[in-house]
Design a protein around this ligand. Structure first.
Ligand code: GLV
Ligand code: GLV
Length: 325
């Protein structure tokens, strides 16, 4: 009898087939995420779960699942996990770092450029049939090359964005992070460490790439937005909740900052209604890691964590390794 696992979403037939070689796999047959109650019910007789960012694992979901040993998240972020509750129940959590770093950094840069150069706004204008003459200031935006790139959160993805900016676009890169990079990494990224206040006040383009936690909740709110230049752009590819979306919509409407590019939202897939009506924002539905090869690599890495731990006793990306002892 193979151990029983749950796939909270059915991702990639080849990954389901791989897992099927080791486990009895129950998959979500629908395109919708399970409700919380449904997830809890289906976990009752499982030893492992393959989860995505929309699947909340907390004390309630685990309460009726005495056999559960591991939840493997197909994402680098894991704010859908209540890690202390998992540790208390001796459930291992794993994530998928590294395999999505460059793809996600590409997207951060794409969103930065689309925002600075007003690509979404101008496309809407063209599609609406409003393009009937030339004007000197039509969709004039701000320059990316040679400008100051600010990065808040300097993990692997932040460093990828810094390298693109410094080496590809001749940008002056500044960053703020809980801890400073080593001098070696700072040199590779050509990035200078500054205080958060200096970052806010000097960045022409500010990119957010920090993990969500209680301490990063509304790290960018009305007070922080007020410190930014009126010509600045803000890009969020980190997590909803790091930005106060209502305050951001107000700043965009009042043009106290020039524009924003957002891939993540508070309470997604809902989007704050004011963000849907301001023109100077580029909106994408949480797709920064979405290329075919990277999504496959993420799914395979989550599967590797399940197989590594449940079959060989060795997970690759443990988030709470203390449960292994
Ligand atoms: C996506 O947001 C991820 O955390 O991988
Ligand atoms: C976060 O873990 C990152 O890779 O930037």
């Amino acid at each position: 009898n193979k151990p029983r696992i749950l796939m909270a979403r059915a991702v990639f037939p080849e990954v389901i087939a791989r897992l099927g070689q080791h486990f009895e796999v129950e998959t979500n047959r629908s395109d919708e995420p399970f409700s919380k109650a449904e997830l809890a019910r289906r976990l009752q007789d499982k030893v492992g779960a393959f989860t995505t960012g929309g699947d909340r694992i907390d004390d309630e979901t685990m309460a009726g699942a005495p056999l559960l040993k591991i939840c493997a998240n197909m994402a680098v972020g894991y704010n859908n996990f209540d890690v202390p509750a998992m540790t208390a129940r001796r459930v291992l959590g794993t994530n998928t770092p590294d395999v999505l770093t460059e793809t996600t950094a590409d997207f951060g840069f794409a969103l930065l450029m689309a925002t600075a150069r007003r690509m979404a706004e101008s496309e809407h204008f063209l599609r609406a049939g409003k393009w009937n003459r030339w004007s000197y200031d039509m969709f004039a935006g701000s320059d990316v090359h040679g400008s100051t790139l600010g990065i808040l959160g300097m993990g692997r993805i932040g460093q990828g964005i810094a390298r693109r900016g410094a080496h590809g676009f001749g940008m002056n890169v500044i960053y703020h992070n809980r801890s400073r990079l080593t001098p070696d990494l700072e040199a590779q990224c050509k990035a200078r460490y500054v205080t958060k206040d200096e970052l806010l006040a000097t960045a022409d383009h500010l990119v957010l790439v920090l993990p969500y936690s209680a301490s990063s909740h509304h790290a960018i709110g009305a007070a922080e937005l007020a410190k930014m230049k009126p010509t600045a752009t803000l890009v969020n590819i980190a997590r909803g909740g790091i930005v106060d979306d209502a305050a951001l919509a107000a700043a965009l409407r009042a043009r106290t900052i020039a524009a924003a590019g957002l891939d993540v939202f508070e309470g997604e897939p809902k989007v704050h209604p004011d963000l849907l009506t301001v023109p100077n924002v580029v909106l994408t539905p949480h797709i920064a890691s979405a290329t075919v090869p990277t999504r496959l690599a993420m799914a395979n890495l989550a599967a590797d964590n399940l197989i590594g731990f449940l079959v060989h006793g060795k997970p690759l990306n443990p988030l709470n390794p203390e449960v292994l002892n």
